[in-house]
Design a protein around this ligand. Structure first.
Ligand SMILES: [Fe+2]
Ligand SMILES: [Fe+2]
Length: 445
């Protein structure tokens, strides 16, 4: 065999790389909290084989406690209802592998301020994702919104197990609200696992994928950018939802999350169908405070005809470059990032941060209470200017340096490895080797 071809074999084998080390943890998915309301919450977990498990919830404020059994089965999802708003509860999940305990908090009522975090596009960037989870975990926010592309392949259970292992330090205490990305929705079949692993309200036009939830004085709407918008059920649904929420005196802020942004400076470009559907105009009409998106792996914030948008898609997937220079785009940075939103009455303090928590951007917005039958107005109180940067009024806590944080139970494996690039390189090297060998044979004849 030609020596060149022999040289290529390790490269070809290298495409797949060494298998990630097996977790020592006995559960396929450790317990995590989902679908939290002021009076209810769900705890989910998965055992390696069919098991009957026990879960106990105990109020840390009163003497109340509840116990439920789950199973026999591998996937477990238990909901507790009749709880008290903004109260702490301790849960203990007991499986054949022993008990797991943590503390969660119910959602607040409409008068209470709260903080939430936004990040997205984690995919195979496990090392980055793990570091980001530690920063987010340190913040102790009320919940997390993910803008989509959790994993490389939504059909592969192993991808999801990795995601849940890395994000468990955060998700075991704080609910994560998912936005479906193109990587979850491979040929629609990926949604089976997505629906099983996330528990969110299921009364939207595409149950557990297109949905809405309320937190404090804010209403959140999550869309599916893999599905059509023009004349589609999710468009009609959101239109009605926005109208109802705008008329509700207890709702002071509206947020939308969709994986593909209608405005972007990144290489993927805007989601034209969403613009064509007229839904973005409705967001303006009903006074959506901010639209969150992912997909273009970078950070961006802008404003188009009064509608604020932010792309936070730097959770681990390879970072893109800034392709366009749109006048509506106010701040862009191709970097790993997350956003943080403090909601206090009519005011929202939005800030964006790099991996180490350093400030990248901020804007403070106030939603003007409209007079009857008048459209709401989102006033910019102050915002980041490159020439005069200012510190936000409520900065996030500074996370400790990564080196001082506790060790991670997951093997580093092949974190953030550029698989596609390596695979193509290996195939090219293989073809070059084959060509050289055939040429060599022809010359010998
Ligand atoms: Fe992505
Ligand atoms: Fe995407």
């Amino acid at each position: 065999m030609n020596p060149l071809l022999i040289l290529c074999i390790p490269l070809l084998l290298g495409q797949t790389g060494p298998a990630p080390a097996r977790r020592q943890d006995p559960l396929a998915r450790d317990p995590y909290v989902q679908n939290v309301t002021p009076t209810a919450l769900s705890i989910l977990w998965e055992t390696h084989g069919p098991e009957t498990c026990k879960i106990r919830l105990r109020s840390l404020v009163t003497a109340d406690s509840w116990e439920q059994a789950s199973g026999p089965g591998e996937h477990h999802e238990v909901r507790f209802e009749g709880l008290v708003p903004s109260s702490r509860y301790e849960y203990t999940v007991t499986t054949g592998s022993g008990p797991v305990t943590d503390v969660v908090r119910t959602a607040p009522g409409p008068m209470e301020p709260f903080t939430f975090l936004v990040y997205g596009d984690t995919r195979h960037g496990h090392g980055i994702h793990r570091q980001l989870v530690r920063v987010l975990e340190f913040d102790q926010a009320s919940f997390v919104l993910h803008t989509g592309d959790f994993v490389d392949d939504g059909l592969k259970k192993s991808n999801w197990y990795r995601f849940f292992t890395i994000s468990n330090p955060l998700m075991r205490r704080v609910p994560l609200y998912p936005t479906v990305g193109n990587h979850e929705n491979a040929f629609e079949r990926g949604l089976e696992l997505y629906r099983r692993f996330f528990a969110v309200p299921d009364d939207g036009p595409q149950p557990e994928v297109v949905y809405a939830f309320t937190w404090g004085n804010s209403r959140f709407f999550v869309l599916n950018a893999n599905k059509p918008f023009v004349g589609a059920p999710q468009t009609a649904w959101l239109r009605t939802q926005l109208k109802e929420a705008a008329a509700n005196p207890q709702i002071r802020h509206l947020f939308v999350s969709v994986h593909h942004s209608p405005y972007t400076s990144g290489p993927h470009g805007p989601q034209q169908e969403l613009l064509d559907s007229g839904l973005v105009d409705d967001m303006r009409r009903y006074g959506v405070d901010m639209l969150f998106a992912g997909h273009d792996h970078m950070y961006e914030r802008g404003r188009v005809d009064g509608l604020n948008y932010a792309i936070t898609a730097g959770g681990g997937a390879p970072i893109y470059y800034i392709k366009h220079n749109h006048p509506y785009s106010l701040v862009t940075e191709p970097t790993y990032n997350y956003a943080r939103v403090v909601v206090q009455g009519d005011l929202i303090e939005f800030s964006a941060h790099r991996m180490d928590g350093s400030l990248l951007d901020y804007v403070h917005l106030r939603r003007q209470k409209p007079a009857r039958d008048m459209p709401p107005r989102i006033e910019v109180v102050r915002e980041y200017r490159k020439e005069a940067p200012m510190v936000p009024a409520t900065p996030p806590p500074t996370p400790p340096p990564f080196s001082s944080m506790r060790p991670d139970p997951v093997s580093p494996g092949n974190d953030g490895f550029p698989w596609l690039f390596t695979g193509l390189l290996a195939i090219a090297a293989g073809l070059a080797g084959l060509g050289a060998w055939l040429g060599h044979r022809r010359r010998r004849r």
